[in-house]
Design a protein around this ligand. Structure first.
Ligand code: NAI
Ligand code: MG
Length: 356
């Protein structure tokens, strides 16, 4: 029997509420299939922990996490703790420290999900965005000169290493080949005359090794328009850190909103653990009321199952989510229902049992 060690960092606000439901789903799967086993270890690292200890993560936190197969993270953020503290002190520390250079964001309009686009058939919105997750415009490189003076100058440098650019693009080609899908690169070489010219060049170079993959290349502004007008153009998408951040939120918007958006931060070599999380934050406005929608967090469980190689279970979880959404009986208020967070989790587990 294979056992997977999962570090659970539920975090703040609704984090623990939605993560609890995802853990329930994983436990249900190991009951349905005794060949699969998960061991969960909870860590209290969060903004509340920061207020008590002055740290988001203890000094040996990364050493402790390194031994796990995956990290399941809720959300961090708490009124009174600046967002850059929680982001850089925990999330980015893990993403960078564990070289999770792939951010994988499914943009798929599930059955029963609301789409703000008029008359869109579900099959037209089904893509996976591969976002570069370690460098680019978010490398943190730059300078702030003559601060406060009239000649003040601020520089924010985009960092595109050959290694960093090649590996994300290669990952996307591999995925496109495996899935038999087209690959679209989103860049902006007309305006960003170093970084994006380089990006486009690497996209072409690596592509020579994948002659069977059909490719497209769009400028980011045009791509945003197509996301809304012709989302069916996109199957696998690869893009830089900044562009990926923006287009994935646009993707979330056309595929049912924050309550359904999940993201995986992958270290594909598996040298370090990968991290799975809902995209939304800690939602302090609804925390502690049982109103949080756990479906995004359950979708990230589906991504975790895929990553562990249980793709049929990953698919089953999505189908169970679809079932719950089409039945409309157990949905939280953000989806127009009256169910509590735990009732949605229960409904997903019931649907899974019926599918299995
Ligand atoms: P948010 O995602 O927490 O909330 C935005 C709006 O969406 C709120 O009205 C909230 O009630 C609603 N919402 C979010 N998730 C929901 C869910 N699962 N079910 C039902 N409604 C949901 O974003 P906001 O308000 O900008 O940030 C709140 C805190 O979360 C901040 O401290 C921020 O830094 C942090 N944050 C953390 C993230 C992370 O840990 N990955 C990501 C985004 C924000
Ligand atoms: Mg974002």
């Amino acid at each position: 029997m294979k056992s997977h060690k999962i570090a659970v960092i539920a975090g703040d606000g609704i984090g623990p509420e939605v993560i609890g439901e995802g853990v329930k789903v994983l436990k249900a799967i190991s009951e349905l299939n005794p060949e699969i086993n998960f061991e969960f270890t909870d860590f209290p690292w969060s903004c509340e922990y920061y207020l008590k200890t002055g740290k988001m993560l203890p000094d040996d936190g990364m050493k402790i996490l390194e031994k796990f197969d995956a990290i399941y993270l809720g959300a961090v953020g708490y009124p009174g703790v600046p967002d850059h503290v929680s982001l850089w002190g925990l999330l980015l520390k893990i993403r960078k420290g564990f070289d999770q250079y792939i951010n994988l964001r499914p943009v798929k309009l599930l059955e029963g999900a609301e789409c703000p686009l008029k008359g869109v058939d579900r099959s037209r919105i089904d893509m996976i965005v591969v976002r570069e997750n370690s460098e680019g415009e978010y490398a943190g490189a730059g300078d702030w000169l003559f601060k406060g003076k009239p000649e003040e100058v601020v520089l924010q440098t985009g960092v595109f290493s050959r290694k960093g650019t090649e590996r994300v693009i290669r990952y996307a080609y591999e995925l496109a080949r495996k899935e038999g899908k087209t690959l679209t690169s989103i860049s902006k070489a007309n305006a960003l005359n170093y970084s994006m010219v380089f990006w486009d060049q690497v996209f072409e170079e690596v592509g020579k090794e994948y002659p069977e993959v059909k490719t497209y290349s769009y400028l980011v502004d045009a791509a945003c328009m197509f996301f809304v007008k012709q989302p069916e153009r996109f199957q696998i998408v690869v893009t830089s850190n900044l562009f990926g951040d923006i287009v994935t939120d646009l993707g979330a918007a056309i595929a049912g909103g924050l309550g359904l958006a999940a993201g995986a931060n992958l270290n594909p070599e598996r040298t370090y653990p990968s991290m799975f999380e809902p995209v939304h934050g800690s939602a302090p406005d609804i925390a502690g009321q049982g109103k949080a929608n756990p479906l995004a967090s359950i979708w990230s469980v589906s991504q975790m199952l895929d990553f562990f190689g249980y793709e049929s279970w990953g698919k089953a979880v999505l189908e169970a989510i679809e079932k719950v959404m089409t039945e409309k009986k157990s949905l939280t208020p953000d989806m127009g229902g009256t169910a509590k967070t735990n009732e949605v989790g229960d409904a997903v587990i019931k649907a899974l049992g019926e599918l299995a």
